[in-house]
Design a protein around this ligand. Structure first.
Ligand code: CA
Length: 227
């Protein structure tokens, strides 16, 4: 389908780890580029077009969270965050950064490659849908949602959440089902993460479409979209 080899940017200050990951990615058919310093990341991304970023949190020069924040001001590049601290995961979600996935160190490179593939598959679905008369347009390829012709400023996770609800309007999704569609592996993510993303999504929807409450909470079960 796409002849161009996908390029994965590895941001990691441990050379051995970066090297092993690079080898696994190469074996899986990807190109990879390695950066070992926090200050070099944003300039490189502005000059090049990687397809996905694997971002270590603790880096010399600039930490991963700071890099991620700036990245999201100009790009929806899929990001997998890598952290050595399990405790960090909840904090990361609490910050509502909207990373596409998280891995805990030490990780298996094989598992990281599997997640890279999953994310790239997910973001490459070429689909644009709208339900006539609803005022809602979803463009999966661009990961965009427009309400009343106003584009919502969504994080990738919020987009997937919205798209999942939109794909089957009126069906009630449990938090676990929604977690399944927004993260590949949610062993370490709590249900609260879904509520937190839904809250942000509602606020953004409200700004564009204040007259309607699209996302309904179903007590004790989960959420659904009402067109
Ligand atoms: Ca590090």
């Amino acid at each position: 389908m796409n002849a161009r080899q996908k390029c994965i940017l590895i941001v990691e200050d441990e050379p051995k780890l970066a090297e092993v990951l690079g080898e696994y990615l190469q074996q899986a058919g990807f190109l990879s580029h390695w950066i070992d310093h926090g200050l070099k990341v944003i300039p490189w991304i502005r000059e090049n077009t990687p397809d996905l970023l694997i971002l270590d949190l603790m880096l010399p020069g600039r930490d991963g969270i700071d890099i991620f924040r700036e990245l999201r001001t100009f790009s929806t590049l899929p990001v997998i965050m890598a952290t050595a601290k399990v405790d960090e995961i909840d904090r990361l979600l609490g910050l509502e950064l909207g990373a596409d996935d998280y891995v805990c160190k030490p990780y298996s490179p094989r598992e990281v490659v599997a997640r890279v593939k999953n994310i790239l598959r997910r973001v490459s679905l070429p689909l644009a849908e709208q339900v006539s008369g609803s005022g809602i347009e979803v463009d999966v390829a661009c990961m965009e949602v427009c309400l009343n012709h106003r584009k919502l400023d969504l994080t990738p996770v919020e987009f997937r959440l919205f798209n999942q609800l939109f794909s089957r309007p009126a069906q009630v999704f449990s938090r676990a089902q929604l977690l399944d569609c927004i993260y590949d592996d949610h062993r370490i993510v709590t249900d609260r993460a879904v509520d937190s993303h839904i809250k942000n999504l509602r606020r953004k929807i409200h700004d564009a479409m204040p007259e309607r409450e699209l996302i309904k909470s179903i007590y004790g079960i989960g959420y659904k979209l009402e067109l």
